[in-house]
Design a binder for this molecule. Structure first.
Ligand code: GN1
Ligand code: MG
Length: 381
């Protein structure tokens, strides 16, 4: 549903803002939620989002996870000494008392506004920071990795029991494979006349050849080789904010998918996003490659922060993490294409198919460089 700027201002004003709203503008290019930047009379900025409740059916749990994360990180105390660096964690802004009461939270705090136009929440804004859709330099790659490593370091000891599972099946590749098979079977029974084109046939064959890959991380988890930890869930390049002056990573944003998981989902996602200079939306498949230098820089930056809590089996599964999460995202895009584009926002009917082809090409590039990628991991271990 479209919302006018006046509606958006009214929505923002239900939250405990320090001053009147002066502007609301679209922000970023997320595939799932709708995002806006709100500015108030005092010049403070906030991020207003309409949560996609088809994807996140329990918004109150999404908000509770963000609150739990902030409480945990604040409880660690501010870093001190000469090494002290800027680091921020976006915070949820509560509804104003009257608005919370009308949401059935008398005297309590509520963090989401449920109105006919949807479920809305307001988050603090990371000021003086920039973000990009692709990695622009090796320094940027190192900061991407360092940002994810810092985030993991700060939350790795938050007990998983304190986080809700806000998105069941997220990054469980065998579940995506099963869903893909259901969608294909439904398509065949509902539209027997439907013929697959050459790109679709390529995707079908691609998935077929990698059925065994789908279970590798889940099997290692089930065997107790890899452990659940709190994760970000979506640490792609444009979710890592860089200080506008120094270029150093200062925050991970987009905390909706924070929940218990494997750090490998995050590392894999960071690699698939950060090592493809062509980006996710590229139409020239020949430009899609997994860049080994970016991979080294990302892992080096990550390990600088995260080495202390990684186990030898964690290292053993780093290569497959990058391969699997690239494959998984391609599978998710392709499934959504076959299902009629219901999950990811699209701007044209073949959009999810094109995105799938990019991720599958990236997966192939990773596979072609397996010995070299493994050598980089060994070198940094
Ligand atoms: C979605 O909405 P956005 O752009 O933050 C998706 C991620 C994908 C990403 C690919 C909840 O994230 O898993 O990696 O698109 N988020 C969800 O761009 O499914
Ligand atoms: Mg996201």
């Amino acid at each position: 549903m479209e919302s006018s700027m006046t509606d958006l201002r009214g929505i923002a004003e239900h939250f405990a803002l320090p001053a009147a709203v002066t502007s609301v503008e679209p922000l970023g290019n997320g595939n799932v939620n709708d995002t806006f930047r709100v500015e108030t009379a005092g010049g403070q900025r906030f991020v207003l989002q309409r949560l996609n409740t088809h994807v996140f059916p329990r918004p109150e749990l999404v908000m509770a996870n963000i609150v739990a994360l902030n409480r945990h990180v604040a409880g660690r105390g501010a870093p001190s000494g000469p090494q002290r660096e800027r680091w921020e964690l976006p915070e949820a802004i509560p509804l104003r008392a009257e608005a919370a009461e009308s949401h059935g939270e008398p005297g309590g705090q509520a963090f989401q506004l449920e109105v006919p136009s949807g479920v809305w929440r307001l988050i603090s804004h990371v000021d003086q920071a920039t973000t990009h859709d692709t990695v622009l330099s090796l320094d940027h790659a190192a900061e991407l990795g360092r940002g994810l490593g810092t985030f993991h370091r700060l939350i790795h000891d938050l007990p998983c029991a304190q986080l809700a599972d806000t998105l069941e099946g997220f990054h469980i590749t065998p579940a995506y494979l099963a869903s893909y098979e259901r969608v294909r079977a439904n398509l065949q029974s509902s539209s027997p006349e439907r013929r697959f084109d050459a790109d679709e046939r390529h995707c079908i064959a691609f998935v077929e050849q990698r059925r065994d890959l789908a279970g590798v991380l889940e099997q290692a988890k089930a065997a107790g080789v890899l452990q659940l930890r709190p994760i970000h869930g979506d640490p792609k390049v444009n979710n890592v904010m860089l200080d506008a002056t120094s270029g150093r990573a200062v925050a991970l944003v987009d905390l909706d998918t924070v929940k218990p998981g494997l750090v490998h989902y995050d590392i894999g996602d960071c690699l698939r996003s950060g090592c493809n200079p062509a980006g996710e939306e590229c139409r020239d498949l020949d430009a899609v490659v997994f860049d080994l230098d970016r991979c080294r820089a990302i892992l080096d930056g990550y390990l600088d922060q995260a080495r202390g809590f990684l186990t030898p089996p964690d290292f053993d599964h780093l290569y497959v993490a990058g391969r699997l999460i690239s494959f998984e995202l391609g599978l998710r895009f392709f499934t959504d294409h076959l299902a009629g584009n219901r999950y990811f926002k699209v701007s044209h009917p073949r959009h999810n198919l094109e995105r799938a082809l990019v991720q599958f090409r990236l997966t192939e590039s990773i596979e072609a460089q397996e010995p070299a990628i493994r050598a980089v991991i060994e070198e940094l271990r």
